[in-house]
Design a protein around this ligand. Structure first.
Ligand code: FES
Length: 527
């Protein structure tokens, strides 16, 4: 029984009528001899559409925020979400309404179209509503993230961004809250919102079609080294067209990420997160993830070319000669604090003496202590040179890169040497910006489980509009949570303490005066 007898035409001609068909409320209108039925709750904020103003050309205006809907189709003309309309018929002086749900595929298409509109506008409210609709129509809300990845991937001029890495982390978190739809909705909406933000107002930057050259590891690495973006994309497109999958490609992409101290560790993070996303979402997303990653590797900044990291290449060469031992009973002391020279010396002195996992643990502890001791005055001041534009985010990268590197090295142990050398780079870079006066006891964590419960709650209501900041809370928290399960007791303590101070400290998200002042300092020099 999907047709319900709604109201007499006589009554309907006097005024719109609201029919209750729990849990639905349906507003029924009569205009020019036709009957129309739509959801009474406005899809914007739920106020009653039956109270709206109906024009002679069949457009209904919601009184609360002036959204306008076509009554005959449900299309939203001004505002955002469309409203559901229902088939009607008239029999024996009464209006009837068909309340049957449309076929699942039709609902799915309609909701995903709505999600794409919300994505293009970066309309967070509508993103949440459309994903909630997927859930309540019995569809899979994870598809919102896949849809957003497809929408975003060829609008990323320089390839993979934090938004893609964040999607992996949000999906990971959602997986821990299977019975809690509100929390899952937050995770999916945050992932979609960040992808929308990173591709907002971007034109399309199509990827190269499959080329004549088959994917071959060394040729791929050489092309990345030459920053030959088109050639790299064509080769990777060809690999996918030839039926290769991420497990066939991961080692080559990992090698490219570790070929330099790339983009302050981001390349390593992006390779690891790409693999995690493909693992979660399946082979269907390989193309929209692997091509942006290939492009990113071509455009990435090679930080080892900067003067402060000039010892990176010789240090790595020295490590390549040495043999790391699998394990020894006690590790070396934690190299904290350490400038870049001391950090490299420490690594060279200890590499042949201790296993790579022990060295990793010590370097990770040192990076966690770095985070704990970040001198917040650098993030607050407006009068420093550009080289001192150091924020919390610079300090979190050491931990997130290390976390990604450990997971990649577990599958590809040949990359432990550059992984450790790059951790030493972070140590050296952070050295000038630490505050030795920070008291670790003030930030110590007694209850680890309770701490991470609170951390998750903060992530689910972080209050930061700009995703570049919320993503750093997210990825640092998840990296610390994962690493604390593997780390030595002292390293774990440092990780939790450092994260605690980071999350409880103010984050300045815009530096207006500093930016203006540095602009004047730069530009005025040439006049
Ligand atoms: S509630 Fe209808 S326009 Fe806002």
């Amino acid at each position: 029984m999907t047709w319900i007898k709604a109201v007499s035409l006589d009554e309907l001609q006097r005024r719109p009528v609201v029919i209750k068909h729990p849990p639905k409320q349906i507003a029924v209108f009569s205009l020019h001899g036709s009957v129309y039925a739509i959801d009474n709750r406005c899809p914007h904020e739920g106020y009653p559409l039956a109270a709206g103003q109906l024009s002679n050309d069949c457009v209904l205006t919601c009184n609360w925020h002036n959204w306008k809907f076509r009554l005959d189709t449900g299309e939203c003309l001004i505002g955002g979400d469309n409203v559901r309309n229902y088939p009607t018929k008239v029999e024996n002086g009464h209006a009837w309404i068909n309340v049957a749900d449309p076929p699942a595929e039709e609902s799915r298409r309609r909701i995903l179209d709505g999600l794409k509109s919300a994505f293009d506008d970066r309309d967070f409210g509508r993103i949440c509503r459309e994903i909630a609709r997927l859930h309540y129509y019995g569809l899979d809300p994870v598809e919102s993230v896949t849809t957003a990845l497809v929408r975003a991937h060829d609008r990323l001029e320089f390839g993979t961004t934090h938004a893609i890495a964040a999607a992996a982390d949000w999906l990971h978190l959602a997986g821990s809250y299977k019975e809690d739809f509100e929390t899952r909705l937050i995770c999916f909406s945050e992932a979609v919102d960040h992808l929308a933000d990173d591709s907002l107002r971007q034109p399309e930057y199509p990827y190269a079609e499959p080329g004549a050259q088959r994917f071959e590891r060394d040729a791929f690495l050489a092309a990345v080294e030459e920053e030959a973006t088109d050639r790299v994309e064509a080769m990777v497109s060809r690999a996918l067209a030839d039926g290769l999958h991420w497990p066939d490609l991961e080692e080559a992409f990992t090698a490219a990420a570790f070929a330099h101290y790339n983009d302050f560790g981001h390349s390593v993070i992006y390779v690891a997160k790409t693999g995690e996303l493909i693992h979660t979402l399946g082979e269907g997303v390989e193309r929209v993830l692997v091509l942006p990653l290939a492009r990113n590797l071509c455009y990435t900044t090679r930080e080892d070319l900067l003067p402060e990291f000039k010892d990176y290449v010789p240090t790595l060469a020295a490590l390549q000669q040495a043999k790391g031992l699998p394990h020894s009973s006690a590790g070396p002391d934690v190299p904290f604090p350490a400038g870049i020279v001391k950090a490299f010396e420490w690594l060279r002195a200890n590499f042949g003496e201790y296993g790579v996992e022990q060295l990793y643990d010590r370097l990770l502890e040192a990076l966690a202590l770095n985070l704990l001791h970040y001198d917040v005055s650098y993030g607050a001041r407006s009068d420093g040179p550009v080289s001192q534009n150091i924020s919390w985010l610079d300090f979190t990268h050491g931990l997130t890169m290390a976390n990604a590197a450990r997971k990649l090295c577990a599958r590809h142990p040949q990359f432990w040497k550059p992984a450790l050398a790059q951790m030493a780079c972070f140590l050296g870079r952070n050295f000038d910006f630490i505050d030795r006066a920070v008291d670790p006891n003030e930030w110590a964590i007694a209850d680890t489980d309770g701490f991470f419960r609170d951390v998750h709650q903060k992530l689910f209501d972080h209050g930061l509009r700009d995703p570049i900041f919320s993503v750093h809370l997210l990825k640092t928290s998840l990296a610390v949570q994962e690493e604390s399960e593997h780390a030595s007791a002292s390293c774990r303590k440092a990780l939790l303490t450092g994260l605690n101070r980071f999350l409880k400290s103010p984050l300045k998200t815009k530096h207006v005066r500093r930016t203006a002042r540095q602009a004047i300092n730069l530009v005025s020099r040439d006049f």
